[in-house]
Design a protein around this ligand. Structure first.
Ligand SMILES: [Zn+2]
Length: 85
């Protein structure tokens, strides 16, 4: 499984797709990990959210709920098989 859009950060880890977005986490920049949802090839065509701010938007953002769920599944060794079903 490969990202569908160009993403030029070598520090990012690709997790899969949610809602038409390519989903990444990035540890660059300090203060823990950032979640990234990219929808296009141009540099600015993405949204990002520090994981530590997730709880503030979880109630109002289906996008970030889905992105977080995908990342959680993909980073749980016991559930990684779900990705390949
Ligand atoms: Zn990155």
């Amino acid at each position: 499984m490969l990202p569908r859009h160009t993403h030029d950060c070598n520090a990012c880890e690709f997790h899969g797709y949610f809602g038409g977005y390519d989903v990444y986490t990035c540890g660059q920049g300090g203060l823990g990990s950032t979640m990234i949802a990219r929808w296009g090839n141009d540099g600015p065509e993405y949204q990002s959210l520090p994981v530590q701010l997730y709880e503030r938007v979880a109630d109002t953002s289906p996008l970030w709920r889905g992105v977080k769920a995908l990342i959680d599944i993909n980073t749980d060794p016991d559930q990684s098989y779900v990705m390949w079903k």
